[in-house]
Design a binder for this molecule. Structure first.
Ligand code: CP
Length: 307
């Protein structure tokens, strides 16, 4: 049974196929409105979410299917000590496909190894978040017209930001891209991502603490929130949380066609004064996430022989 744990589980051809399906859904929504009639998505969210859970649910409803699930570990038998493996086996008896978020790295893989229906990782701890990357890819495709020869600045919490790890993994598979990794010293990109992804694929990158100095060269600026929930002590979080705040003044030297992205939720990282700037793409990412989750569920259900 095929599950999606990381974006590298999808080939480049498959990513292109998902983009194509999502674009077709955008153009012809009625064509897809009944396709999942009688099918059920289970959303198992052991950790808070607004966008990911609700966009998965909206996606299944817009495909004509239904949704079951829980939005907090405390509302499930995990609160009584049930394992992720047993939860996955149980939910497989009720649903055709599972989307799961969990605070522990590797939890989605455990679920996939025990479920008898496809499992989609909706975020596992600080590890990865493949469907956010699908949302990001559709946004880049629609805003930039392709995925190659881009200078991508990633700014903020690059240590714990799982969306950053997944996006680097995806964009480093396309030709001619380079990365500028902008973070405080304490929140630099983990060595395993640099070694296993960037170095292995001979991708150009540099690390800096300077956001404004980097601005003129960027085609994409991907801002991220400092992940309070992953810190061991509050003092460090409070010291680092406002390291980077994007304001209109800081965009003075930015390209006219810069694409400003953020997986959201934002706390202070982007001033609301930027929301009306045509370069602000973060709410477009939210909508694109729904289309890509529709495309991904269709693909996995078809491959499982459920559709
Ligand atoms: N981007 C994202 O994963 O948002 P939520 O935590 O609200 O799902």
């Amino acid at each position: 049974m095929r599950s999606i744990i990381d974006v590298s589980d999808l080939s480049l051809d498959e990513l292109n196929e998902l983009i194509k399906t999502a674009c077709d859904i955008i153009e012809n929504p009625k064509k897809y409105g009944e396709i999942c009639r009688g099918k059920k998505l289970a959303t198992l969210f052991f950790e808070p979410s607004t966008r990911t859970r609700l966009s998965f649910e909206a996606a299944m409803y817009e495909l004509g299917g239904n949704v079951i699930g829980f939005s907090a570990a405390g509302n499930s038998s995990a609160a009584k000590g049930e394992s992720v493996a047993d939860t996955a086996k149980t939910v497989s008896c009720y649903a055709d496909i599972i989307a799961m978020r969990h605070p522990k790295e590797g939890a989605a893989l455990v679920a996939a190894n025990n479920a008898s229906v496809p499992v989609i990782n909706a975020g596992d701890g600080g590890h990865c978040h493949p469907t956010q990357t699908l949302a990001d890819l559709l946004t880049i495709h629609r805003e930039k017209g392709g995925f190659s020869n881009l200078t991508i600045g990633l700014c903020g919490d690059l240590k714990f930001g799982r969306t950053v790890h997944s996006l680097i993994n995806a964009m480093s598979r396309y030709k001619g891209n380079s990365f500028v990794l902008i973070s405080p010293e304490e929140l630099k990109l983990p060595s395993y991502v640099k070694k296993d992804v960037l170095a292995k694929r001979s991708i150009r990158y540099r690390q800096t603490t300077d956001l404004e100095g980097t601005m003129p060269e960027l085609d994409i600026l991907y801002m991220t929130r400092v992940q309070r929930e992953r810190f061991f002590n509050e003092e460090d979080y409070l010291r680092l949380k406002d390291s980077y705040i994007l304001t209109p003044k800081k965009l003075t030297n930015a390209k006219k066609d810069l694409c400003i992205m953020h997986p959201l939720p934002r706390v202070n990282e982007i001033s609301v004064a930027i929301d009306d700037d045509p370069r602000a793409c973060y709410f477009k990412q939210v909508l694109n996430g729904k289309y890509m989750r529709m495309a991904l569920m269709l693909k996995l259900l078809k491959e499982a022989g459920t559709l």
